[in-house]
Design a protein around this ligand. Structure first.
Ligand code: FAD
Length: 460
């Protein structure tokens, strides 16, 4: 979704021939995890920006829908093209580029692929035995050792030679990505999709880099870059971010987070089954509980724990959630409610504007304790203490839960323990305008540890 640092576009331009930019919407393949509603909203607007940008460069975007191999082959025949260039992303549910290349080759068409969505090709960062890393810190060290291979970002082309005759195209609206009922006002107010917005966010974040290490963990502050949806949709490349920030004071903790993204993508490419299955096989025996009522309460931000509910409302309203808050709500779902991490991951995939198969899978498995280099399951976040530590004044809670807005900071993370007079003065009425906690922390913790023991016994 960008013209700058777009390896496939650059390779096509290097042929010196006219270039036909294509967006192919192949949502029909088997096993596909359909993009969620918030992702579709973003994609629609990002495509509109791309169309404008291509037009400004003398070109167009040809939009088609259908199965990849058939649609591309038909388009190549129509336009007498023999070479297709594409940018690869890690998505185990999409047709693999080797199978696609094989099917196109049979039609006399070559498919040339690049991976500018990552800093390093999956499979290129190996441990001393030649295998994939399963622990982040040595992976990060290996990335640093290979940083010289991160290509310098390419500028956007000045001009794209147009096709002498353009093939027919759908419009972006024909893809039906926008919601029929407009629920996206909060997302629209919070975000601006597209390459120009991504680059401007990168620019405006740069001065905050020096405070990133301390600020990134505070959901009540704007301490992180919020580049995740732009990165997910390829509106800015990780190589551009790397080269524009590396060497700046305070850059290392930030680049380390970018390497977590890299780690997630390399892992998913290596272990595609982890999209649905736990990386640690013993977790297949975990006694998860399926409870629709509790799942709904979590989704709607009605658990009674303010930090959890504030985060779930932030997600519902803006399509994004702070990383610390993601860890807290995910932990609450899998450890306090014992609901399978896959159910939480599915909700995130539907509601996040940065919904990303690799990052989301790694994040959920990390929290659930069943992933690679994961937090141990027995470490169970106390949502009250997490709130008090990372939102000490309660500003984050107040922003998303106005019904608790008048509670003083010392009570805001546990309204049920506030003196009744303080609650009444703040207009907070338990079980009326504020729910009682849906589970008791101490009991939930004991149940989670018992479930862990049960799993271990079953796995023996
Ligand atoms: P910054 O702190 O500014 O970091 C810069 C970039 O580094 C991010 O944009 C992101 O691309 C990458 N990054 C940062 N932290 C992580 C991380 N822990 N794992 C992988 N990459 C990271 N991120 C997604 O992009 N999509 C998801 O679907 C997603 N689901 C998650 C689910 C759970 C349960 C958890 C715990 C984390 C998830 N993350 C996901 C990772 C992380 O929360 C977001 O990338 C981050 O909050 C985005 O905010 P930012 O751009 O301000 O990050």
């Amino acid at each position: 979704m960008r013209l700058g640092d777009n390896a496939a576009l650059a390779a096509a331009l290097a042929t010196g021939l006219p270039v036909i930019p294509i967006f192919l919407w192949d949502s029909e393949h088997d096993n596909a995890i359909a993009p969620g509603a918030a992702s579709c909203w973003w994609l629609h607007h990002s495509l509109l920006r791309l169309v404008q940008s291509l037009q400004a460069h003398g070109s167009r975007l040809i939009v088609r829908r259908g199965p990849s191999a058939l649609t591309l082959a038909a388009l190549a025949r129509e336009t007498e093209s023999a070479r297709i260039f594409c940018n690869r992303v890690v998505n185990p549910t999409a047709p693999s580029d080797t199978s696609l290349a094989g099917r196109l080759r049979a039609e006399g068409i070559s498919l040339e692929t690049c991976t500018p969505s990552l800093l390093f090709e999956p499979g290129s960062i190996r441990n001393t035995s030649g295998g994939p890393f399963q622990v982040f810190t040595p992976f990060w060290r290996a990335c640093l050792n290979q940083r010289a291979s991160i290509p310098a970002p390419l500028d956007a082309p000045q001009h794209i030679p147009p096709s002498p005759s353009w093939p027919r195209s759908l419009t972006v609206a024909d893809l039906d990505l926008e919601p029929r009922i407009d629920w996206a006002a909060g997302i629209r107010a919070a975000w601006s999709p597209g390459e120009a917005a991504a680059l401007s966010r990168l620019q405006s974040f740069r001065p905050s880099l020096t405070e990133y290490a301390t600020e990134r963990d505070r959901p009540d502050h704007e301490g992180s870059s919020r580049l995740s949806p732009h990165l997910h949709f390829g509106e800015v490349s990780p190589a551009r971010i790397w080269h524009s920030l590396a060497g700046c004071p305070g850059a290392e903790p930030y680049l380390r987070q970018l390497a977590w993204r890299e780690f997630a993508h390399h892992l998913l490419s290596e272990y595609p089954h982890t999209l649905q299955q736990p990386f640690q096989p013993q977790f297949r025996h975990f006694p998860w509980r399926r409870n629709r009522r509790l799942l709904r309460a979590w989704q709607k931000g009605r658990t009674g724990y303010p930090i959890v509910d504030a985060a779930m409302r932030e997600l519902w309203t803006t399509g994004w959630m702070h990383n610390r808050a993601r860890m807290i709500v995910a932990s609450f779902l899998v450890k306090h409610l014992l609901i399978p991490w896959q159910d939480g991951a599915a909700w995130f995939l539907d509601t996040l504007v940065d919904a990303d198969l690799a990052n989301n899978t790694m994040g959920w498995q990390w929290v659930a304790g069943c992933g690679v280099d994961a937090a141990p399951y027995f470490r169970i976040f106390n949502p009250v203490l997490q709130g008090e530590k990372f939102d000490p004044q309660g500003d984050y809670v107040r922003r998303w839960l106005p019904e608790l807005g008048a509670l003083p900071a010392e009570h805001i993370h546990q309204p049920w323990n506030a003196p009744p007079l303080v609650r009444t003065a703040a207009g907070v009425h338990l079980d009326s305008n504020w729910p009682l906690p849906i589970v008791d922390h101490a009991q939930a913790r004991a149940a989670a540890l018992a479930a862990l023991s049960e799993m271990k016994a079953a796995a023996r």
